[in-house]
Design a protein around this ligand. Structure first.
Ligand SMILES: Cc1ncc(C[n+]2csc(CCOP(=O)(O)OP(=O)(O)O)c2C)c(N)n1
Length: 325
């Protein structure tokens, strides 16, 4: 892998982390000392993806803005890496009129048609959607591809299996990416899933797959590169499963009593300092440049937060506009 790609993967991860940290800070405003999920400038549930940056960076490095991408209920990393506008996305999270969905979707429902991005709070929902987009690309004869990112909790959903079946049957240009962060809320995968391997499940439908271990951003980059190329060459779907890490709670405010025994060890597995160390050891990055990358990311994120806060809330008499259900 060349140096500029490696540094670009690092920058993408740092940008996402700066975003998630800032959203976390803003989310807790007004919700303390006794956690009140409905209070503050960002009411409602908040699922942040710190620790899962390698998936977004490694996959999206291969996607163009005319490729389609669907994300899960934990979508910020994927959205940012695919080029969703940070300011309008932040405004959506804050429920403001200038948001991607005029402030009516919230953080789990970010839609950006200009880069074919959408996500949903419904587990596995992005997979059938990606199949539909891939079918459209195939029928039009373009080399565009569709990708769907889901958590490992999605693998027992009907939508997962139905999507694998049709994608294989119709040889769709689609890439399924499973983020295995070990937990579905508080349920370990060992308690929910027989024959866990998502790649085995894919193979049962005739879909080739790879599992990437150790939350490796370069591993994700390489595996997704092969999958995207297959799809662009009209060779059909692939399934990539990544053993990743949910650094924080399932949602903000989650006390995480169910994973107390592993929590001590979790910060040491953070993929960003690990990758930074590798790049520094190999002489591709120095501390000064690393600090500059982080400072630039913070500046962009703080500008997005200012934009959101300065934007008006949707007008009450437009409450039913753009709402379908
Ligand atoms: C169809 C459906 N069933 C249940 C839920 C409730 N729910 C929200 S998140 C979640 C767990 C998801 O786990 P996973 O897919 O592993 O993603 P992670 O949260 O770990 O990123 C569940 C069951 C839902 N949103 N949609």
């Amino acid at each position: 892998m060349d140096t500029s790609t490696r540094l670009s993967l690092y920058r993408t991860m740092v940008r996402i982390r700066a975003f998630e940290e800032a959203i976390r800070r803003e989310y807790y405003v007004g919700k303390q000392p006794v956690f009140d999920i409905g209070a503050g400038p960002v009411p409602g549930e908040m699922h942040l993806a710190a620790g899962q940056e390698p998936v977004a960076a490694g996959l999206c490095a291969h996607l163009r803005s005319d490729d389609a991408l669907t994300g899960p209920h934990r979508p910020h990393h994927i959205a940012l890496a695919h080029g969703v506008d940070m300011k309008r996305m932040t405004a959506e999270i804050f429920g403001r009129e200038s948001g991607l969905c005029h402030g009516k979707g919230g953080h789990m429902h970010l839609f950006a048609p200009e880069v074919h991005f959408g996500c949903s709070g419904i587990i596995a929902e992005g997979m059938p959607t990606a199949c539909g987009q891939a079918l459209a690309f195939k029928k039009r004869g373009t080399d565009q591809v569709a990708a769907a990112v889901v958590g490992e909790g999605a693998v027992n959903q009907g939508g997962f299996h139905e999507s694998l079946n049709l994608a294989a049957l119709w040889k769709l240009p689609v890439i399924f990416v499973v983020e295995d962060n070990d937990w579905g809320i508080s349920v370990p995968r060992s308690a929910s899933t027989s024959n866990f391997s998502a790649t085995d499940r894919g193979r049962a439908y005739g879909i080739p797959g790879e599992r990437v271990e150790d939350n490796s951003v370069e591993g994700v980059y390489e595996a997704c590169g092969r999958a995207v190329q297959r799809a662009r060459r009209s060779e059909g779907p692939s399934l990539i499963e990544v053993h990743t890490l949910r650094l924080w709670g399932h949602f903000e405010g989650d006390a995480q009593g169910y994973r107390e025994s592993e929590l001590e060890d979790v910060p040491g597995r953070d993929p960003i300092p690990t990758y930074r160390r590798t790049l520094i050891e190999e002489g591709l990055l120095d501390e000064e440049e690393a600090q500059r990358i982080r400072a630039e990311a913070e500046e962009e994120v703080e500008a997005a937060i200012r934009f959101a806060k300065e934007s008006p809330e949707p007008a009450p008499d437009e409450a039913l506009e753009h709402v379908f259900a």
